[in-house]
Every structure is written in structure tokens, then in C-alpha cells.
Design a protein around this ligand. Sequence first.
Ligand SMILES: [Zn+2]
Length: 87
Amino acid sequence: MVAELNILSEWIPEQMGPGTLFVLENAGDVGENEDPYWAVLSCPECATLGLITRKQVVGLIPVICGSDCCPAQFFIKDEEIKVRKPS
Ligand SMILES: [Zn+2]
């Protein structure tokens, strides 16, 4: 798993390698008012793309990979990826 986020400022699908984050152009407009979708993140383990919410971007709640065959769970902390310890 990569340990640091790579932040893209432009949507370039070919560059969405593992651990790449792209902030949505309409960040905050989609999803729940409480915790709207904020960015697209490529899983740091398997590169599966998924939408993440504002609370996930700031590290309040963990990101869980959307792929069925990938167990990745992690927090985002200051552009770093912290693997979530099993509790
Ligand atoms: Zn994954």
C-alpha cells in the first residue's frame, strides 16, 4: 500500500494510480448535507476508484475500499495514508 496521497488538480484518469486523490469540482454539492461527497480516491492498495466524503478526506471516518477482493481500510491524515488497525 502506498503511504502518501498524490493529489491531482485536474481530472486525468490515466494518472489515477494507487493513492491518488482528486477533489470533485462540485465538492460538497452531492450526497448528504451532513457529510457530502468530496473527492475521488484511488485505493492505495488496489487502485479501485471510489467517492469519499468530506469527513473521510479530513480523517474523521475511515475509508474502506469498495472492491470485494481488497481488504484495505485506512484513514487520511494530512495527505498521508494511515492503515486502520483492527480494533
Ligand atoms: Zn482496494
